[in-house]
Design a protein around this ligand. Structure first.
Ligand code: AMP
Ligand code: MG
Length: 341
């Protein structure tokens, strides 16, 4: 494709796939423009992480408060080292075990990273995503890219290209189509800059797995939405209060109470096979990792349908399995914030 076609300004958000989408994406990143790209967790809103102006476009398109820092996505350990002040032994162990994958590390920021990426703080969050399109895009661009979830701030994260378009209908935005995101919820964020290692955002990789890798304790708050001390707000502003919200009022409903649903109350459920009042039923798998993978898609579907409420049946939990437990806690944290009044 000729350069002038590739570089054309897009007036409506467009979805493209394959190698051509990657090369269009790279051209746009070089022009300090935005590219939504798939990762194994959710779709990210990509921009050149080393250019403050490109990063500003991300904040303004998302409507994201400037005090909420962005995650820098890299293609591997060597690129990660270029954005941090010091690559610590803990960072090396975590990267060797979980990268490419859904673990984001907070480390002291390197001087190459513009301050708006880090909300003027001294730390930077960095992760290597496990998705061939994301890795191809970063490798072909040759530099790290910021990649907050590709949705307007506060909305449900996108797990398909259509969700991105739904959030940003007429933006100058290219969406690289990588299908549905496998993990379906955002990465675990772990802070390595303090004396004790702490999970700031729960994800599919839990404290137990990190402890096994590091050989020491990792603290894991049960639900960040319940944390409101000043110190925690400063350490991670994105973890507090309402977030991940559909436009439709959403409630958590116990299995026994689902039968009371009226026609205009959509149900997201793993236990029932038909809606008691013939309203919208979105079946979700009972298995914990499949539930996590499908929950945002289910919320998006219910949200599009003109319901007055969305009722969500929480996942059931197998107490014995630590990995399932970690995913359960991460999903419950998202659901509590989706239903936060
Ligand atoms: P998202 O917008 O889904 O990519 O979310 C990224 C999350 O990582 C937000 O909740 C941020 O608050 C958090 N985050 C990013 N950078 C940092 C940082 N340097 N320190 C603490 N939390 C961070
Ligand atoms: Mg987000």
């Amino acid at each position: 494709m000729r350069a002038q076609t590739r570089n054309k300004k897009i007036k409506m958000t467009e979805i493209h796939s394959g190698p051509q989408a990657i090369s269009m994406g790279v051209d746009r990143l070089r022009d300090q423009r935005l590219v939504a790209f798939p990762t194994e967790t959710v779709y990210g809103l990509g921009a050149n992480a080393l250019n403050a102006q490109a990063v500003d476009h991300v904040f303004s398109l998302k409507g994201r408060p400037s005090n909420n820092p962005l995650i820098v996505h890299v293609s591997g350990i060597e690129m990660a080292k270029t954005v941090v002040q010091e690559w610590t032994p803990e960072a090396e162990k975590i990267a060797q075990t979980f990268w490419p994958g859904p673990v984001t590390m907070v480390l002291e920021k390197g001087s190459s990273v513009p301050s708006n990426v880090c909300a003027d703080g001294s730390t930077v969050a960095v992760r290597c995503p496990a998705h061939p399109c994301a890795l191809a895009l970063i490798e072909a661009f040759g530099y790290p890219i910021v990649g907050p979830s590709a949705n307007p701030s506060g909305w449900i994260s996108p797990t398909t290209p259509e969700h991105v378009v739904d959030g940003f209908k007429d933006a100058d935005l290219l969406v690289i189509d990588g299908g549905h995101c496998r993990a379906g919820i955002e990465s675990t964020v772990v802070d390595l800059t303090q004396d004790s290692i702490q999970i700031l955002r729960l994800g599919v990789v839990g404290a137990h797995e990190l402890e096994e890798t590091l050989g020491h304790t990792v603290s894991s708050p049960i639900c960040r939405s319940e944390v409101d001390s000043d110190t925690d707000q400063v350490r991670s502003p994105g973890m507090i209060g309402a977030h991940y919200q559909p436009r439709t009022k959403t409630k958590l409903i116990n299995t026994a109470d689902l039968e009371a649903a009226k026609f205009d109350q959509a149900l997201i459920s793993w236990s029932i096979k038909s809606h008691p009042a013939d309203g919208q039923l979105i079946e979700i798998p009972e298995s914990m990792s499949d539930y996590a993978s499908q929950i945002y898609r289910a919320l998006h579907d219910a949200d599009r349908h003109g319901n007055t409420e969305i009722w969500v049946e929480p996942p059931s939990i197998n107490q014995g399995n630590t990995q399932e437990r970690a995913i359960y806690e991460a999903v419950m944290e998202r659901l509590k914030r989706a239903t936060h009044a």
